[in-house]
Design a protein around this ligand. Structure first.
Ligand SMILES: [Mg+2]
Length: 347
């Protein structure tokens, strides 16, 4: 079967790992990193105590009174993410980002041993250069690679070879197929589908009725081993984003304009380091009310990574933006171009 192998690389408890790099004494203690009032990431000792991402920080503390809570170090987290993607890019011919700390990688081989060597090399570089554990899974499709990286955690490498793949296509709990909502899972359970193999006994039109045409097709493809293995790379980075929240743990609340300045400064610094300049900026405001985000945009004629230009341009729009009390915001530089490709029109 000549098919390219895929890697799924995923940093373990990313935010917590970034913090623990400089606080080794906390490695064996339950630690949670907090964004706004929620747990963004918990290390394994904290997870053992039931602390989970997305939980209210207060609730986590009630569950585990000795929990050490640390505010998200945005600067550091975003910088480590950039460098992690540099390592991904150097390790693969194609990278499809999943989030700021995980990606699918095509290392251009159908040889399992070569793929394993690539995964080992990537993990070693992340450990040596960034000081963070990155688990890697290898499989023939995206689903298999992702299931493999999950099995690899913490700080490991796992390969789902042909034998295990065949077994999984029969025995995989339906709840492990991502994209299935709780209601659909329950409806599937009612028609006797708890594992992948169970769909063989369900008439095709019934499966479609229960979980919709698109999901039914996806399940059959998983069953037939023709599921998605195509990566959608980002040819070159055209945007960079930095985000933050008004309140954090153990620090005073920031004024909206302070938060905006901090995010713009961070994202400009990252652009500068990457040799990029932007022609646009988008500021997305997250309000307290769950209503839709407020989006502010601005463009300039000459690409720049000068944070003062962007901050000045956005000060007034921010001040007069509608919406409820601000919780957080995101600054995205758009239309990024390499600085050395910008024509110097001095005359
Ligand atoms: Mg992760």
């Amino acid at each position: 079967m000549a098919t390219t192998l895929l890697l799924h690389a995923d940093a373990d408890s990313f935010f917590a790992s970034v913090v623990l790099r400089h606080r080794p004494e906390l490695a064996t203690v339950p630690v949670a990193v907090v964004a706004h009032v929620f747990v963004a990431s918990a290390n394994y000792p904290a997870r053992d105590r039931g602390v989970r991402g997305g939980m209210l920080a207060q609730e986590a503390q009630r569950l585990c009174p000795e929990l050490v809570l640390i505010d998200v170090p945005r600067d550091e987290v975003e910088e480590v993410s950039d460098r992690l993607f540099d390592i991904f890019g150097a390790s693969a011919r194609t990278v499809e980002p999943g989030s700021m700390e995980e990606a699918f990688l095509d290392v251009g081989t159908d040889d399992w041993q070569i793929a394993i060597e690539a995964a080992r090399g990537l993990r070693a570089r992340a450990a040596r250069e960034l000081g963070i554990p990155v688990s890697v899974g290898i499989g023939r499709t995206k689903l298999m690679a992702k299931l493999a990286s999950r099995a690899a955690k913490p700080d490991g490498l796992h390969v789902i070879g042909l034998e295990e793949e065949l077994r999984l296509r029969e025995s995989l709990p339906i709840t492990d197929v991502w994209g299935l909502g709780a209601k659909t899972v329950e409806r599937l359970r009612l028609i006797g589908v708890a594992r992948m193999g169970d769909i063989d006994r369900v008439p095709r039109d019934e499966l479609q009725r229960v979980c919709g045409t698109t999901m039914a097709r996806r399940l059959w493809r998983i069953r037939d081993a023709t599921d998605d293995s195509v990566l959608h790379p980002i040819a070159s980075r055209t945007t960079l984003t930095s985000e933050g929240t008004i309140s954090g743990f153990n620090r005073r609340d920031w004024a909206p304009v302070e938060l905006m300045e901090a995010c713009i400064e961070r994202v400009c610094r990252r652009a500068e380091r990457a040799g990029l300049a932007a022609t646009g900026i988008t500021i997305t405001l997250r309000g307290e009310a769950s209503a839709s985000d407020v989006v502010l945009k601005h463009r300039v004629a000459d690409a720049t990574a000068d944070s003062s230009i962007w901050t000045e341009a956005m000060r007034e729009p921010l001040a007069s933006a509608p919406g409820s009390r601000l919780i957080g915001l995101r600054a995205t530089l758009t239309g990024l171009v390499p600085v050395d490709r910008i024509e110097q029109t001095l005359f």
